[in-house]
Design a protein around this ligand. Structure first.
Ligand code: AHR
Length: 506
């Protein structure tokens, strides 16, 4: 709940100067996630009978939205799914592929879509693949064989098998997740931190014998709420520190019991999570006397109303599961989480909005019908487009409000990114649900700055959504009145809003 002592007009002031930066944004920060779960693959990206489907069964209406979203990288094929997956089921002639019980989400996997189809999807969209390995029911040998199949040019059993399957050129997948959430009691093949650390180390060793330059992600805790959080990271990293490049983080947020004030401050939790994992990784770095600094792959993050989960899907093919419909409030939180990732771009160098289509996703589809943008589509598309370059260090103050979960929190949450051409984009969230926020920013470091645009996502009804019936109910709009005079930017951020303010420097 927002505090009754909230000032009538929230205000904030910022100073930014290109001389002071956090670091370069890695384009992998704008990744997403395609899991064989619900309708993410089947009737999501892949629907051969759909009127817009191409010769490969990909929905071209969905591909167009994915391109517009600006996704740079996609993690595949899970998630919990990967911990019971045999990749061989998804290669070779489609008509010979097995149907299997899919135990993570209790559905039937037809394997009509697999590795080759996924790689075709990444080529068509210009997206980098991030491949997750099954270290649940499988292990080192599976990793070795899959890597030979995907990355070796030819002349061996598995690379030649790929060529016979029609993929002459190696896929050259650079980024690999060493399993998924293996600390979770729900995970097939769950491990202790000791077991996982050793397995990750041995798997990484074998993979690096094939290609020493791969980028490898060790599984961090499946959430910061796990009782073993931080000790899992510390223990497993002691076994594999020098052989991996990233530690993964996963976090999902949702509004609980009408406490919108705490929900809007979810980024406080994400920030604390990142700082804790960085501190733990750096502690192990000192302990194992390594010169290398690990990076964070925040490879699952989003708003997810886990409480809204429906009934057991009961072994159906592509059932409708966790198809959350996002409100304007949810979209503003997604924007705020993006701001947090950008503010930590010196250590968070890969991230995946989970997931891409239908399953807690920015894009929704109907089988045989249309595809449309959820509210959360807009902040992601804005950040992926304008969040490229150098994140600038912000100094400033904001009025605050009291939250049940996080105590006193700023009304303003913001970051700024300087593009190669010197223009600067300020991404800003006003967390006040009732009042516009008056923002002033000292931009004298930019010379004669001039406002290019101020675009906002906000609505008089914070619960407004885009649905099949009303696909464009919520869209961003331009705001007039934002100005920059003598190096001072003044803007009014509507109540509960995501804002993109772009300024050109002289
Ligand atoms: O994204 C949905 C699920 O959330 C993933 O399969 C799992 O890794 C996480 O718990």
């Amino acid at each position: 709940m927002q505090d009754s002592a909230t000032p009538v007009q929230p205000t904030a002031s910022l100073t930014l100067d290109p001389a002071f930066s956090v670091g370069e944004v890695n384009p992998r920060l704008f990744g997403s996630f395609v899991e064989h779960m619900g309708r993410c693959v089947y009737t999501g990206i892949y629907e051969p009978d759909h009127p817009t489907a191409d010769a490969d069964g990909l929905r071209t209406d969905v591909l167009a939205l994915i391109r517009e979203l600006g996704v740079t990288m996609v993690r595949y094929p899970g998630g919990n799914f990967v911990s019971g997956y045999n990749w061989e089921d998804g290669v070779g002639p489609v008509e010979e592929r097995p149907r299997r019980l899919e135990l993570a989400w209790k559905s039937t996997e037809t394997n009509q879509f697999g590795l080759s189809e996924f790689m075709n999807f990444t080529r068509r969209t210009g997206i980098e693949p991030m491949m997750a390995l099954n270290l649940g029911t499988r292990g080192v040998d599976d990793a070795r064989r899959l890597l030979e199949y995907t990355n070796h040019p030819g002349g061996t059993e598995l690379s030649d098998l790929r060529r016979r399957h029609g993929d002459e050129e190696p896929f050259d997948i650079r980024l690999w997740c060493l399993g998924n959430e293996l600390d979770g009691p729900w995970q097939m093949g769950r491990k202790t931190a000791e077991e996982y650390g050793r397995l990750a180390n041995e798997t990484a060793n074998v993979m690096r014998l094939i290609d020493p330059d791969l980028r490898l992600v060790a599984c961090g805790s499946s959430s910061s709420a796990m009782p073993t959080f931080a000790s899992w990271e510390a223990t497993m990293l002691e076994h594999c520190y020098d052989r991996v490049d990233y530690v993964s983080c996963h976090a999902y947020y949702h509004e609980q019991n009408g406490d919108v004030g705490s929900f809007l401050a979810s980024a406080v939790d994400m920030e604390h999570f990142i700082d804790s994992v960085v501190a733990t990784a750096d502690h192990v770095r000192a302990k194992v006397r390594s010169s290398k600094r690990l990076e964070i792959s925040f490879d699952e993050w989003n708003v997810w109303y886990q409480s809204r989960e429906g009934e057991d899907p009961g072994w159906r093919v592509a059932p409708r599961v966790i198809e959350d419909v996002y409100s304007v409030t949810d979209a503003v939180v997604v924007g705020s989480l993006l701001i947090t990732l950008l503010r930590h771009c010196d250590r968070v160098t890969a991230a995946c909005l989970a997931q891409l289509v239908n399953v807690i996703a920015p894009i929704m589809t109907e089988p045989g019908g249309p595809a449309w943008r959820q509210t959360s589509f807009f902040p992601f598309a804005d950040a992926a487009r304008h969040g490229r370059g150098r994140v600038l260090r912000l100094a400033g103050t904001s009025t605050t409000y009291e939250t049940a979960k996080f105590g006193e929190v700023d009304h303003l949450h913001a970051t700024a990114v300087e593009a190669e051409d010197g223009s600067v984009t300020v991404f800003a969230v006003n967390r006040d649900t009732e009042n516009p926020l008056r923002l002033t920013a000292d931009l004298r470091g930019l010379g004669q700055a001039r406002v290019l645009e101020h675009r906002v996502l906000a609505d008089a009804d914070r619960h407004a959504t885009n649905t099949l019936e009303h696909q464009d109910r919520v869209t961003p709009r331009q705001v007039s009145g934002t100005s920059c005079q003598d190096g001072t930017l003044t803007a009014e951020l509507p109540p509960l809003s995501w804002n993109v303010i772009r300024v050109a420097a002289s």
